[in-house]
Design a protein around this ligand. Structure first.
Ligand SMILES: Nc1ncnc2c1ncn2[C@@H]1O[C@H](COP(=O)(O)OP(=O)(O)O)[C@@H](O)[C@H]1O
Ligand SMILES: CC(=O)OP(=O)(O)O
Ligand SMILES: [Mg+2]
Length: 396
């Protein structure tokens, strides 16, 4: 039996799955939130049972230890059947990493160097890798990069119009993120429809806490909304997405904000949180439904930005076969889906209200029969995609 332990370290959380690779069956999954705060919830699910505990977890090294304790206590017993491979989500791989990579000391050093481009994410990913190496001695570890799938972007899509020598020196270009999800979901869409991936023009809307859009032509990413860092593009939970860069100069000069404050403002204090005081889409949606006009106005900004990208990517792709909603908001917020696509009927993009409202965790079509563009909801599974890619490295 081949087992993959998948570790997805976020800036303040750690999600994991133990996957049996032959049947692609999840044997256990878990999540540890609020790392570094006073109290974390540790949820470990196995055999249909959910075990929840609360404790203080200082950092990702401690979180990895808690993960092994959860397996020891609730199973499956990793001491008895250790993982064959450990797969890690790594957010920023720069231009260095175009595919899944066996972790070596050099790879660790390279990920470390890329931390400057993803300060919220890469240090957490590295802490997970180091802690796993110390606990699971001798088990091969594979890094799977969010940026890798977008390395196919053409130069006109990844180039920022700034001084080219300065850009080259500091590696400034669009990298794009959530690539593991965009790849998984676009491939699932083709499988679900029984059509060859090579023939499809697809737009994927990954709408989670972080959110991004990708235009995928025949299975290759050709454009995406996140840039040098995961800050650009859509309005997110706490991130602003696109803005005029001159806003930064203005706030620096007029409001006296320093660069660290501006960084924190745009990454942690903007988006839905900045607009409504609440960064969680469920809360914003509930506020809007109860008549809160700020929440309703913020949702209008959120939808407006998504529409802007759908239109742009339709033009870049020169047509569209499939549009997919995925991730926490995309999979669960039926009202948001309907309102994002309202008014796009003239492009052949339509939503069938009954199909859209059907509560389901499965991949499904939400456009009406015979619509020119097939609109889908497909649950993402970054962990399964990481497991597949990790296996491809160790069995090569
Ligand atoms: N039923 C729902 N309606 C609206 N938003 C939802 C629903 N369920 C989850 N979400 C939202 O999904 C977001 C989290 O998405 P997720 O993909 O898990 O994010 P991440 O992986 O970036 O942490 C949160 O904003 C949460 O409120
Ligand atoms: C890259 C990124 O934004 O990731 P997340 O959505 O997990 O924050
Ligand atoms: Mg996510």
């Amino acid at each position: 039996m081949s087992l993959a332990l998948i570790v997805n370290s976020g800036s303040s959380s750690l999600k994991y799955q133990l996957i049996e690779l032959d049947g692609e069956e999840t044997l256990a999954s878990g999540a540890i939130d609020r790392i570094g705060e006073a109290e974390s919830a540790v949820v470990h699910t196995t055999g249909g049972e959910k075990h929840e505990t609360r404790r203080t977890i200082a950092d990702h090294t401690a979180a990895l230890r808690v993960l092994t304790e959860a397996f020891a206590e609730y199973g499956p017993d990793l001491a008895f059947s250790p993982p064959t491979v450990i797969g890690h989500r790594v957010v920023h791989g720069g231009s260095l990493f175009t595919g899944p990579t066996l972790v070596t000391d050099q790879v660790i050093a390279d990920i470390d160097e890329l931390s400057a481009l993803a300060p919220l994410h890469n240090p957490a990913n590295l802490a997970g890798i180091r802690a796993a190496a110390a606990i699971f001695v001798g088990v091969p570890q594979v890094a799977v990069f969010d940026t890798a799938f977008h390395q196919t972007l053409p130069p006109e899509a990844y180039t920022y119009a700034i001084d080219r020598d300065l850009a080259a020196k500091h590696k400034i270009r669009r990298y794009g993120f959530h690539g593991t999800s965009h790849k998984f979901v676009s491939e699932e869409a083709a499988k679900f429809l029984g059509r060859p991936l090579e023939s499809l023009k697809t737009i994927v809307l990954h709408l989670g806490n972080g959110a991004s859009v990708a235009a995928i032509d025949g299975g290759r990413s050709v454009e995406t909304s996140m840039g040098l860092t995961p800050l650009e593009g859509l309005v997110m939970g706490t991130r602003s997405g696109d803005l005029d860069p001159a806003i930064l100069f203005h706030l620096h000069r007029q409001a006296g904000l320093g660069f660290d404050e501006l960084d924190s403002l745009l990454n942690r204090g903007s988006g839905m949180l900045g607009l409504t005081g609440n960064g969680d889409m469920r809360d914003v949606q509930n506020l809007a439904s109860s008549g809160d006009s700020d929440a309703e106005a913020a949702l209008a900004v959120w939808r407006h930005r998504i529409k802007h990208y759908i239109g742009g990517y339709l033009a870049q792709l020169g047509g569209l076969d499939v549009l997919v909603f995925t991730a926490g908001v995309g999979e669960n917020n039926s009202l948001g889906r309907r309102r994002v696509l309202a008014g796009l009927e003239f492009l052949g993009i339509e939503v069938d209200n009954d199909r859209n409202e059907l509560p389901s965790r499965e991949a499904r079509v939400i456009s009406p029969e015979g619509a020119r563009v097939t609109v889908l909801v497909i649950p993402t599974n970054e962990e399964l995609e990481i497991a597949r890619q990790a296996l491809s490295v160790v069995s090569a």
